[in-house]
Design a protein around this ligand. Structure first.
Ligand code: NAD
Length: 255
């Protein structure tokens, strides 16, 4: 397997990763930083974002921590403006944060609906808008969607809907922002064990998912970070409006 960790594809680049304090976002932060980017780590949990930033700096990288709710436009706008003021540019935005709860259709509450749509959809709209404003020299937006955008996952109607919507945002924004040199793509992960997943999926369901996945394993944070960093880097300079599924083939398996 190609080891990109020795590359420095992001030297001189500035990136912002939402939900970067843990899970998939944290993996993306670490790879971007290892490859030379200054990374803004934006998370609802400022203490965790600060801890992640300290870890990046201790490893010789550069990072800034930001706290706030990505459902609010100002959270993204302020973080992007602060990165630009301090480092002069914004090249990469990874829209990764989301809050998820699975449940029966009859149990969906207005609060849960609002929080899922706010963190998973509004945040991507605001992120793209902020990227369009700040990526004055071009750039790359990577939206973290899900295999759920292609599947009917039981008890996950809102999640499937939000992630399908993210793919629509990705395609249309790619068409609008291409002439400005801003690419917009998505990565659709299959199951990766993180805190977000452990809250929603019990052990027996995890076994079923592995059995149904052609590659017969769950994904790793690094599996997803590699694809995100490919789309964030100039290696994918002529790729826009696309979605890369990183799911061990699960979305192709009928039974
Ligand atoms: N883990 C998987 O199996 C999987 C599969 C497909 C897609 N995804 C997607 O990958 C992304 C990351 O998932 P994860 O499993 O790492 O999740 P996670 O819950 O482990 O981490 C999500 C991070 O986002 C932050 N966050 C939540 N709400 C926020 C808000 N309102 N504002 C700012 N930050 C907020 C959390 O504090 C946390 O640090 C999500 O978009 C998720 O839908 C995950």
């Amino acid at each position: 397997m190609k080891d990109n960790t020795m590359n420095k594809r992001f030297e001189g680049r500035v990136a912002l990763v939402t939900g970067g304090a843990r899970g998939i976002g944290r993996g993306v932060v670490n790879q971007l930083a290892r490859e030379g980017a200054v990374v803004g780590i934006l998370d609802l949990k400022l203490d965790l974002a600060e801890a992640a930033a300290r870890e990046v700096i201790a490893a010789g990288g550069q990072a800034m921590a930001f706290g706030g709710d990505v459902a609010q436009r100002a959270t993204l706008a302020d973080a992007a403006a602060a990165l630009k003021a301090r480092h002069g540019r914004l090249d990469v935005l990874v829209n990764n944060a989301m809050w998820v709860r699975y449940g029966a259709i009859s149990d969906i509450s207005a609060e849960a609906l609002q929080r899922m749509v706010g963190t998973g959809f509004f945040s991507v709209v605001w992120g793209i808008q902020v990227a369009a404003e700040h990526m004055t020299e071009g750039g790359s937006v990577v939206n973290v969607a899900s295999a759920a955008a292609f599947l009917g996952i039981p008890q996950a109607m809102i999640y499937c809907g939000v992630k399908s919507g993210v793919l629509g945002l990705t395609r249309s924004a790619a068409v609008d922002l291409g002439p400005k040199g801003i690419r917009v793509n998505a990565v659709a992960p299959g199951s990766v064990p993180t805190e977000g997943v452990s809250i929603n999926v019990d052990a027996s369901m995890v076994e079923k998912r592995i059995a149904k996945t052609p590659m017969r394993r769950l994904g790793t944070v690094q599996d997803i970070a590699s694809a995100v960093c490919y789309l964030a880097s100039s290696e994918s300079d002529w790729v826009t409006g696309e979605c890369i599924k990183v799911d061990g083939g699960v979305t192709h398996a009928f039974l």
